[in-house]
Design a protein around this ligand. Structure first.
Ligand code: G3H
Ligand code: 13P
Ligand code: ZN
Length: 335
């Protein structure tokens, strides 16, 4: 058993308390490799933002679960060095399992030093979701690890997270779910979805420049939920904005991303001011990395040093994460 505190992580309880009271959201950025985690640490130290380092089961398979844990541990050490060098404060960091789907996976992460886990029982029946979530909470709380549950289904297709259609969270279910499971935060479905194609064409309109405009998130459902469980930390998954600029660079340099569309940043800002305390962003990082790598491959075809294309990709990630912390989530300066 590795205790997360010994690795320098904190659980999400205090982070969410402050975020709820302060009208901002904590960024939860997924990582699978060194460049992504470097970018998260640099951006969060330089903007003085708390951070949730998020690991999916796909990431654990891709990078090797042991190496990933040491990368996260290294991130704490790097954060401390950077803060000292720059005369800034250290930033609180959580290590979080994203979309855990079994008790065993959550237990394994808790035993290896995660400070927070998500048990995603949203594809089960309400009763089975409660039972599974409760089982994880009981185990996790023994070690003061915080747990995120989910009610409602997000659409979207990725490696490990798949659903054809979304089902909005039903506000009438949240009180019973939160009470019976004892979860610390709740992911809800109000119109966001995973990946770079969050809406179907027929759901969107186009602005005067021909850019797709998605339907607004269901803030009415969010408000209903807030009334049922006042002050309870809410989580938004599928919250990438799918930058038009990044998609343009990808397309310009030979990529094909048909009808890519995300969640407008002003809507995320509005959500962050409410009970939404954690906002999950993965696809935006994937897009910016791809954009820069494609650009360099096209402009410098003789380049074969990975540092020469992964370095600029990492720089683009740093810029993007800083922008999110400062202008979208409002987490900058909140340490
Ligand atoms: O919500 C899912 C995250 O973007 C992680 O995706 O399962 O492909 O690592 P992944
Ligand atoms: P995006 O695909 O919108 O980045 O969502 C990521 C996410 O929800 C991770 O759990
Ligand atoms: Zn998600």
């Amino acid at each position: 058993m590795v205790a997360y505190r010994d690795l320098g992580f904190v659980n999400t309880r205090e982070m969410f308390k402050k975020a709820g009271a302060g009208g901002y959201a904590i960024p939860a950025y997924n990582f699978n490799n060194m460049e992504q985690i470097q970018a998260i640490v640099i951006a969060c130290v330089e903007t003085q933002s708390p951070a949730i380092l998020q690991v999916s089961s796909g990431a654990r398979k891709y990078a090797n679960q042991t190496l990933l844990k040491y990368l996260a541990q290294g991130a704490v050490a790097m954060m401390r060095d950077l803060a000292r060098e720059k005369g800034l404060s250290e930033v609180p960091m959580s290590l979080h399992l994203d979309h855990g789907d079994t008790f065993e996976l959550c237990k394994s992460c808790i035993e290896s030093g995660f400070s927070s886990v998500m048990i995603d029982g949203s594809h089960h029946s309400f009763a089975d979701n409660i039972a599974l979530t409760k089982q994880v909470v009981e185990y996790a709380h023994t070690y003061d690890v915080t747990v995120e549950g989910e009610l409602g289904v997000l659409a979207g297709i990725e490696d490990e997270v798949q659903a054809e259609h979304s089902t909005y969270t039903q506000p009438e279910e949240v009180i019973e779910f939160v009470k019976k499971t004892g979860v610390d935060s709740l992911a809800i479905s109000i119109g966001t979805s995973h990946g770079a194609n969050k809406f179907k064409l027929e759901q969107c309109t186009r602005n005067k420049d021909g850019v797709l405009v998605p339907p607004e998130l269901r803030f009415d459902i969010l408000e209903e939920i807030e009334k049922k469980i006042p002050g309870f930390p809410i989580v938004l998954h599928g919250a990438s904005s799918v930058s038009v600029e990044a998609v343009k660079i990808i397309t310009q340099y030979g990529g094909v991303l048909k009808d890519a569309i995300g969640i407008p940043e002003d809507q995320l800002r509005r959500a962050a001011r409410s009970a939404v305390c954690k906002i999950n962003i993965d696809s935006d990082g994937r897009l910016w990395m791809t954009a820069l790598i494609r650009k360099i491959f096209a402009e410098k075809p003789s380049e074969f040093d990975p540092r020469k294309y992964l370095g600029p990709a990492r720089d683009a990630l740093i810029t993007m994460y800083k922008h999110k912390n400062q202008n979208v989530l409002g987490s900058a300066g909140k340490v």
